[in-house]
Design a protein around this ligand. Structure first.
Ligand SMILES: *Cc1c(COP(=O)(O)O)cnc(C)c1O
Length: 356
């Protein structure tokens, strides 16, 4: 399918942010967006248009029944100026599995990757050149059919928007404080936990807000059944270093299969660090913390890459992890991943895909 391109008029192009170091997350968008419609049983009319508001009928099904999925990936500027994506095919594959779970019709992943690259060629000047700043890419699908009966919609809009972002955490690569959620749960077996559905986030806001009022940047969710096993943090998978071994929760259907998570495990393996995917309880973490065997803890996700955790708060107790600073393995994994993404270290695994 050919991608139609309608460019923004030069006089309407937005000014680029002057200072890449001062960028936040999620407030600024580039001049263009990619769009694809679904109606009459097929995805149609892939196109790039000026970025702008959408027109939706108030009865559009997404507004009532949350039939929507999204993805999150980044574009990095390499030292030679080239624009690079990190494992983008894995994002589009996951986009498909999210769509499938939400009864959204499947699309051509190759077409989306091609559309994204075209979009990046047009808006490439928006990709920051300062390390830690990137262009965040947000593919989204929404059910647009105006209809209030409960069933999968028959019309959808798929769009890709992009915006320059600074470090995800205002603290930058510095240890964060995490609140272990004692009451609310994020996902149940057979639910939506393993897919990027907006509904997962809507349901997590209240608990996250209550924790924020207590001064915590992020929540650590426990399993919905026993409330003992560690699952994941708001938008990151969790890793613990116990007795020098990297431990992370298995992909048992309630946690998101992070691409950063998979990359961390591969890089750790190559660095000679043993990695275990297994259930880990809060009791085990408290125990190993008390006798000095829990030395590091971090979250992994596209937005923050790796986010060291300095302390966990659980049932009125606070646990300092290791020294409370950034552990040596956490630092090594961060340096390796960021190096590959930004092109300062060799990409030996074929993870980097250039825009042209
Ligand atoms: C997106 C996301 C992650 C991280 O996935 P990456 O592919 O590494 O960005 C982790 N947990 C949740 C809930 C997410 O939505």
């Amino acid at each position: 399918m050919e991608i139609q391109i309608r460019r923004q008029l030069p006089k309407h192009l937005k000014p680029r942010p002057a200072d890449d170091a001062a960028l936040g997350f999620g407030d600024i968008y580039t001049d263009h967006m990619f769009k694809l419609d679904y109606y009459d049983g097929a995805w149609r009319t892939p196109r790039i248009e000026p970025y702008g508001p959408l027109q939706l009928d108030p009865s559009a099904m997404v507004l009532h029944y949350s039939q929507t999925v999204f993805e999150g990936l980044k574009c990095y500027r390499h030292p030679d100026g080239r624009l690079a994506l990190f494992r983008p095919r894995d994002n589009f594959r996951r986009f498909t599995s999210s769509a499938e779970r939400m009864a959204i019709p499947l699309f051509d992943e190759e077409l989306l990757l091609r559309g994204l690259k075209e979009l990046l060629k047009i808006d490439g000047s928006w990709v920051p050149s300062r390390t830690e700043s990137t262009l965040y890419i947000r593919p989204t699908i929404i059910a647009t059919e105006p209809h209030l009966g409960v069933r999968p919609a028959r019309e959808y809009l798929l769009f890709i928007i992009m915006g320059p972002v600074g470090p995800y955490y205002p603290e930058g690569f510095a240890p964060v404080k995490i609140y272990v959620e004692p009451h609310y749960t994020r996902a149940t077996k057979g639910g939506l936990g393993a897919v990027k559905a907006g509904a997962n986030y809507g349901g997590s806001l209240l608990a996250t807000e209550l924790a924020a009022r207590k001064g915590y940047t992020q929540l650590l969710w426990l399993d919905a059944v026993s409330h003992r096993f560690v699952e994941e943090v708001g938008s990151m998978n969790m890793f613990f270093i116990v007795d020098g071994t990297l431990v992370t929760a298995p992909l048992s259907g309630t946690i998101l299969p992070g691409i950063t998570r998979a990359s961390v495990m591969t890089v750790a393996g190559d660095l000679g660090i043993t990695c275990e995917e297994r259930g880990i309880t809060m009791e085990e973490l408290m125990e190993t913390q008390k006798n000095g065997r829990l030395t590091e803890c971090f979250g992994s996700g596209t937005a923050a890459v790796i986010s060291p955790v300095g302390h966990l708060s659980y049932q009125d107790e606070t646990f300092i992890i290791g020294s409370g600073g950034i552990g040596p393995i956490t630092q090594k994994l961060y340096d390796e991943l960021v190096g590959i993404q930004f092109g300062t270290l060799p990409d030996r695994r074929g993870w980097v895909e250039f825009v042209e």
